[in-house]
Design a protein around this ligand. Structure first.
Ligand SMILES: *Cc1c(COP(=O)(O)O)cnc(C)c1O
Length: 405
């Protein structure tokens, strides 16, 4: 990760097609666009690459989640169970459709703990939204079983796990709907963009209309379209889709590099008995964008983070526990219900109820976790140097801790 590291001639060439004919919009202008339909082409490439029946491109991963929720009928009074460790976009989308984000603990898979999910189910629960964080997956088998037993929707936030799989199927194609983000730092990028994937024609048609002002796209031209429901504008542009077409062609190469670098780094860190690794429900399906590892205690982890910083090698290593984008501990704006537009009082109270919940089980995992982003352009020498420096830092800190005991 991320795909922008491999920017090159392919992206420029795809963009040139769009710049040459000047049709930047994905719908209409059939004549002047001279057969150039980048968004449609990328949607086809997505269904082929990831093995789903339908794909709807939109302007961002956040828009993809919002659109998917609209299409799945998630709204007023509905509860969506989601993990305490994710990117803020996941709860933003839930709140924006009028639903209630119900945050629950993660386990050492760094995503939803199925037992915590079960305990959070109420008569208002409508959907379980696992977030496949940092390139790897939630325990989808267990979550599918819970959804079946309680008649719930499964919406996969696979924004960070493009190319990952679970039991042979691509993440994002397994639930009732799933999303990718193609923002600038994701595994493949459009600059900005996102997609909803589904195997349901009904969900797809709703996504198609919802993301373009409710247009049914069945008229002879835009003016003749009907509007069976209220929609919004979450359209992607042809320029962004063009970049995505070049990037999706590079996905096999990106995944191969990630796997190779990830495997070497993991092997090196494995030489330290105190280091353990994230649980991966289907290890063969890890997209390997990150290597996530644990130390025995929070204080050792903090000492390692400080030493990495002191030695100027912290870059690319993420200590999510202190990060205000990814972990509930720092989401004061959500916990205080601070929105610019007024929420209904019951909605606001339900959102703010997250503030008083006990997340000590998540803290016990996240306080000890460091994720190392896997570079795409590292030379073998750089990778070896990086691994050796990290191993030396960890050993140094562990030795100091033993001495100070
Ligand atoms: C990036 C991301 C999103 C949102 O994507 P944007 O395209 O930036 O709006 C949603 N969920 C997760 C887990 C993400 O990492």
């Amino acid at each position: 990760m991320p795909g922008f590291e491999l920017w090159g001639a392919e992206e420029r060439s795809q963009l040139k097609d769009v710049l040459d004919n000047g049709i930047l919009m994905r719908y209409g202008f059939d004549g002047p666009r001279k057969g150039i339909w980048k968004s449609r082409e990328l949607e086809k490439a997505i269904t082929n690459t990831f093995g789903c029946d339908y794909a709807q491109l939109v302007s961002s991963g956040t828009a993809a989640l919002t659109t998917a929720m609209g299409a799945l009928g998630i709204g007023y009074g509905d509860e969506v169970i989601m993990p305490s460790f994710t990117f803020v976009a996941s709860f933003e989308a839930v709140v924006s459709v009028g639903a209630i984000p119900v945050l629950v603990d993660v386990d050492d898979s760094l995503t939803l703990n199925p037992e915590a999910v079960k305990n959070a189910i109420t008569p208002r629960t409508k959907c379980i939204m696992p977030v496949h964080m940092c390139g790897s997956m939630a325990d989808l088998g267990a979550l599918q079983q819970i959804c079946k037993e309680h008649n719930l929707l499964l919406l996969e936030d696979a924004c960070q796990s493009i190319g990952g799989t679970y039991k042979g199927k691509h993440l994002g194609t397994i639930g009732d709907a799933g999303t990718f983000s193609f923002d600038f730092v994701k595994t493949i990028t459009c600059g900005e963009g996102g997609v909803i994937m589904t195997n349901s024609l009904d969900v797809y048609e709703k996504c198609d209309g919802y993301s373009d002002h409710g247009h049914d796209h069945k008229g002879v031209d835009r003016g003749a379209d009907l509007h069976p429901f209220v929609g919004y504008n979450f359209r992607i542009s042809e320029l962004h889709a063009a970049v995505g077409l070049a990037q999706i062609g590079k996905l096999p190469q990106i995944l191969a590099i990630q796997k190779k670098n990830h495997s070497y780094l993991k092997e090196q860190l494995s030489s330290i008995p105190e280091v353990s690794f994230r649980t991966i429900p289907d290890p063969a399906g890890d997209s390997c964008t990150f290597l996530s590892w644990f130390l025995p205690t929070e204080s050792i982890t903090r000492a390692v983070v400080s030493e990495l910083k002191a030695q100027n090698i912290l870059a690319g290593n993420f200590y999510w526990f202190d990060n205000n984008w990814h972990y509930i501990r720092k989401w004061d704006h959500l916990k205080n219900g601070i929105t610019l537009n007024a929420l209904s009082p019951d909605h606001k109270a339900a959102v703010m109820a997250q503030a008083t919940k006990d997340f000590s089980a998540s803290d016990a995992v996240m306080g000890r976790c460091i994720s190392t982003a896997i570079g795409l352009t590292w030379t073998d020498a750089q990778l070896q140097e990086k691994a050796a420096a990290m191993v030396a830092v960890i050993k140094k800190v562990l030795k100091q801790q033993t001495v100070s005991k």
